[in-house]
Design a protein around this ligand. Structure first.
Ligand SMILES: Nc1ncnc2c1ncn2[C@@H]1O[C@H](COP(=O)(O)OP(=O)(O)OP(=O)(O)O)[C@@H](O)[C@H]1O
Ligand SMILES: [Mg+2]
Length: 471
């Protein structure tokens, strides 16, 4: 963060100073909400949660060197007290971002935000110092906390924005107003909460509405292959740059194919040239993510060659997204258990099949959450796709949704033991341990709440006796 005195911070957030002997004391950062991260120069933000009250840690954080607490009541140690801590944190982020004048890139979409954000960061940081959202901290608290890690050196600030409803992205854009706004796709993630795809498009499109006009450098980067995203061009005054496989796209991929190891390779075209890319990441869905990242990098002045090199070298920065591990016995475990929705299930199954050429493939799949009325049809469709793609073995794990998945496979023509339903992760592990053979490829994937990464972890443990860790 930039250095700010407590008096300045109190003014920015409209707070009252309590127990502060010296209002000129400097906060040098970081701004933290986890008391364990508080150290010299930091500002501790105290939230009152359901189980934990951050104010209880006030004395401890000051003991570890924190300059003050930003909270909703006096705590007996230096504190700036406000009525609404979240709003105050947002105001502070807004102030700092404005003062820094870094180029702010924000992205949203139904699937692939974190993967794409990590790609953008790995490309942009070759050009200039870049700060980006760690993991998936994309909400009204994670976003300002990330923005506040930017320093005077930071040239690019890349922020993932998540939305669970109308108005969420608009709010996030008020805290950290982007200059470049990227919308990846409108899929079915959280469709139950939103009420439909049109509503999701409405909510995600708030990002391009918030951009400055083209004359002031605003750029909306939109997926030309996604009709609902493409249509957002009419909702912005910013310049529009399109990416995708469509001929219309300014940033395009040609000759897209998956290598035998399941890694995408293609020729990247940007308005400034063309160059070949072979990715280290797995799965064809990363082509779209890579093009999105390329469009951002092109807009920020990078050449096609620079971008292609960076994309070819980029690795996975966030865990459990198509994380590929080879076991000593030749079994390949693909852990994509971070999350699942219909689009990412399909992408992962295709990647599994590409990686598994000539080998036995296993799809260990669980429920996709929050699909509302579409849940039955979508689970059925995934089960059917597994059969159509010729996945050797489908193991559906869990309750009702897993049964729908297995039934979809059965109805599509899987027979005998080709598709099975098991009740929980431990049963899946037991089955896999007795049946896996050297050379098999196993994909593990479900929504976050299912916790299927425990299956991947158990399969990677040495020995065969470990139990699935309780969650
Ligand atoms: N372009 C894409 N299309 C479909 N699926 C994708 C795409 N990019 C990534 N995925 C898959 O979607 C899942 C979630 O990826 P990622 O974490 O990047 O998305 P996210 O949008 O950040 O999710 P969240 O909403 O949980 O933050 C992973 O299984 C990943 O492999
Ligand atoms: Mg994410």
């Amino acid at each position: 963060m930039i250095t700010l005195s407590l008096a300045e911070i109190a003014e920015v957030v409209g707070g009252r100073m309590h127990d502060i002997p010296d209002a000129s004391a400097q906060v040098t950062g970081p701004v933290v909400r986890d008391s364990r991260e508080a150290g010299p120069g930091s500002l501790f933000v105290a939230f009152v949660g359901e189980r934990v009250d951050g104010h209880d840690f006030a004395a401890a954080v000051v003991e570890s060197g924190a300059v003050a607490v930003l909270g909703s009541r006096p705590v007996g140690v230096p504190a700036i007290v406000v009525d609404d801590v979240q709003a105050a944190l947002g105001a502070l982020a807004r102030h700092v971002v404005h003062r820094l004048g870094t180029t702010l890139v924000a992205l949203t979409g139904s699937a692939g935000k974190t993967s794409t954000k990590d790609l953008i960061a790995q490309v942009l940081r070759r050009k200039a110092p870049t700060v980006f959202t760690p993991g998936s901290l994309n909400n009204e608290i994670g976003l300002p906390l990330t923005a506040l890690t930017a320093t005077e050196e930071t040239r690019f600030l890349v922020l993932e924005m998540g939305a669970r409803g109308i108005g969420h992205i608009r709010y996030l854009c008020e805290l950290t107003p982007p200059k470049v706004g990227l919308v990846l796709n409108v899929g079915s993630a959280h469709i139950g909460e939103f009420g439909g795809r049109e509503q999701i498009a409405q909510a995600k499109g708030e990002l391009v509405e918030a951009l400055p006009p083209a004359e002031e450098g605003g750029t909306a980067i939109l997926n030309a292959d996604d009709t609902l995203v493409r249509a957002m061009a009419s909702r912005t005054k910013a310049k529009v740059l399109l990416f995708g496989e469509s001929d219309e796209a300014d940033v395009r991929a040609e000759n897209v194919r998956l290598t035998d190891t399941g890694q995408p390779s293609f020729r990247l075209h940007t308005p400034s040239g063309a160059s070949d890319v072979t990715m280290r990441l797995y799965g064809e869905h990363h082509v779209s993510n890579a093009l999105a990242a390329a469009a951002v990098a092109h807009e920020l002045g990078m050449s096609a060659d620079e971008i292609a090199t960076a994309l070819s070298e980029a690795g996975s920065l966030s865990r459990w997204r198509m994380e590929v591990t080879e076991r000593p016995d030749g079994v390949t475990v693909v852990n994509d258990a971070y999350n699942a929705n219909p689009e990412s299930m399909k992408a992962a199954l295709r990647a599994l099949v590409a990686m598994g050429k000539g080998r036995r493939t296993w799809a260990v799949l669980g429920k996709m959450a929050e699909l509302g009325d579409e849940a039955l049809a979508e689970h059925d469709a995934v089960g059917r796709l597994a059969v159509r793609l010729n996945v050797s073995k489908l193991v559906a794990v869990g309750g009702r949704e897993a049964q729908w998945l297995q039934l979809g496979a059965y109805n599509e023509g899987s027979w005998g033991e080709e598709s099975v339903h098991v009740s929980d992760a431990q049963a899946a592990v037991d089955l896999l341990r007795s049946e896996l053979r050297p050379g098999d490829v196993v994909l593990v994937k479900a929504s976050r709440s299912v916790g299927l990464e425990s299956v991947a972890t158990a399969l990677l443990e040495t020995g065969t006796e470990g139990e699935v860790a309780a969650r």
